[in-house]
Write a protein that binds this ligand. Structure first.
Ligand SMILES: [Zn+2]
Ligand SMILES: [Zn+2]
Length: 460
């Protein structure tokens, strides 16, 4: 078994991993870096050399896992591509949106490589995706055969509890097994239910470490955190504030909408139908959550967010003069407030106004605008856009823990239950990966813990 980390650094960026099992060559995920542009936004496929892939398997449809898939498919036209059905639906919407974003970036900054692919190519790519059910073993055929020659390689998707369609991927070959977690959550969220992952003996575990360096806050519960958010909203409304919640379009948007739905029903102070705003991409993703609600293992299966929460929809133009008025909640992407996105444009409008609030609810890269903003805090100064002068933060800032990723404790617990021969740590900023390595090495002395250097082949 061989493995190559195809990210350019040890980080959460353009996630992509090469794996050779049995006679099969495959790549797990094909992400786009949220922060960089052009070549730097792509995984480091040069490290693949002249290897021809049999398959590309996608864990879920966040940009950092699927964003460059049409480019990889162009370079590896013979590779078959697998993912779950919800991931095909969401992925297609996301890639078309990405073409629009990249086209704009080309016009504004002259990024000559952009768009990396066209709408037509995104459509053609999606036509070739094969959707797979959860908990069903599929055989991975080689370029020349079916794999029926005794060296069969199979893969199976497991529900990862992270966002709609998200999975961990179990591969079996030659009596060996490898499990790639993708992005996981072992706790229930407001909509998504906790992951159901294999509990059998696994030889190699490739595990994400997003929250690897943060202990779970003492006494934290999701229900308690939801209450805290409801109270913060009540307080903000009483102060005459409007509230911005920067979120990812996929996952966090729908989780926050579901919470707001509950607050309207459960809190007397929030019972009036206070106006909620989301962006166009988020509304398309929310439509997919609604359409698939009864087919999905989830909570609130009857809740139709677009109809019952009835958010107003903003675009690049209307966000510029959307009212900064009391009692309005803006649930806008991107989660990291990347320049030009709705949350970024809106944040610049309310940052210097002490009346209003920004609530952070999930992960943000510490160097992203949202990360800088959060860490500077009220009274600090931040340059949200490197091309524009920095601004003094006068608005109110609050932070909540609604991560869609497993806690550090749950990751360690899972690794201990599986006690694999080798553990490969991926999808984490360096402090998270390093602390996880030290902890796992101490807790699992019989397992080899590997932090794979980018671009270097590792024998598993
Ligand atoms: Zn994700
Ligand atoms: Zn991710």
């Amino acid at each position: 078994m061989k493995f190559i980390n195809l990210t350019r650094r040890t980080e959460i960026g353009a996630n992509s991993y090469y794996l050779e099992v049995g006679e099969r060559r495959l790549v797990l995920d094909s992400g786009m870096h949220p922060k960089f542009e052009g070549e730097e936004a792509l995984p480091n496929w040069k490290a693949l050399g002249d290897r021809r892939l049999d398959a590309i398997i996608v864990s879920h449809s966040h940009q950092d896992h699927i964003g460059t898939l049409p480019v990889l498919m162009r370079r590896q036209p013979q590779a078959r591509v697998f993912m779950t059905e919800p991931t095909t639906e969401i992925g297609s919407v996301l890639l078309h949106n990405s073409v629009n974003v990249m086209t704009r970036q080309r016009e504004e900054f002259g990024t000559t490589l952009y768009p990396l692919f066209t709408h037509r190519e995104a459509d053609r790519a999606a036509d070739r995706w094969q959707s797979c059910a959860l908990r069903q073993a599929y055989t991975l055929a080689g370029e020349r055969g079916t794999g029926a020659d005794g060296d069969a390689v199979t893969f199976e998707f497991f529900d990862a509890g992270h966002v709609l369609g998200s999975t961990g991927i179990l591969l079996r070959a030659e009596g060996q097994s490898v499990f790639y977690t993708g992005d996981i959550n072992f706790d229930d969220q407001t909509i998504m239910e906790a992951a159901i992952f294999p509990e059998e003996k696994i030889d190699v575990l490739i595990m994400e470490c997003t929250r690897g360096d943060r202990a779970k806050p003492a006494g934290w519960t999701r229900a308690g955190e939801e209450r805290r958010l409801a109270e913060a909203l009540e307080g903000a409304f009483e102060r005459g504030a409007c509230v911005l919640i920067p979120v990812f379009a996929l996952g966090k948007t729908q989780e926050v909408l579901a919470m707001l739905y509950k607050f309207r029903r459960e809190s007397r102070k929030l019972s009036g139908d206070f106006p909620i705003y989301i962006g166009g991409l988020s509304s398309k993703m929310t439509d997919i959550y609604d359409r698939r609600a009864r087919m999905t293992r989830r909570q609130l299966p009857r809740l139709q967010l677009m109809r019952e929460v009835a958010p107003f929809i903003l675009n690049d133009e209307t966000v510029r003069d959307a009212p900064l008025r009391a009692g309005r909640v803006y649930v806008l992407s991107s989660g990291m407030m990347i320049p030009k996105t709705l949350s970024h444009v809106f944040a610049r409008r309310l940052i210097e106004n002490p009346q209003h609030s920004i609530f952070f609810v999930g992960y943000a890269n510490p160097e992203s605008p949202a990360g800088l903003f959060r860490d500077a805090g009220t009274g600090g100064e931040v340059a949200l856009d490197p091309d524009k002068p920095s601004q003094r933060i006068r608005c109110n800032i609050e932070q909540f823990q609604f991560s869609a990723h497993a806690t550090r404790e749950a990751l360690i617990e899972y690794a201990k239950n599986i006690s694999p021969r080798k553990i490969v740590l991926v999808h984490g900023d360096p402090p998270a990966v390093e602390l996880m390595r030290d902890t796992l090495a101490a807790e699992l002395p019989d397992s080899e813990v590997i932090v794979p250097a980018p671009g270097v082949e590792v024998e598993l």
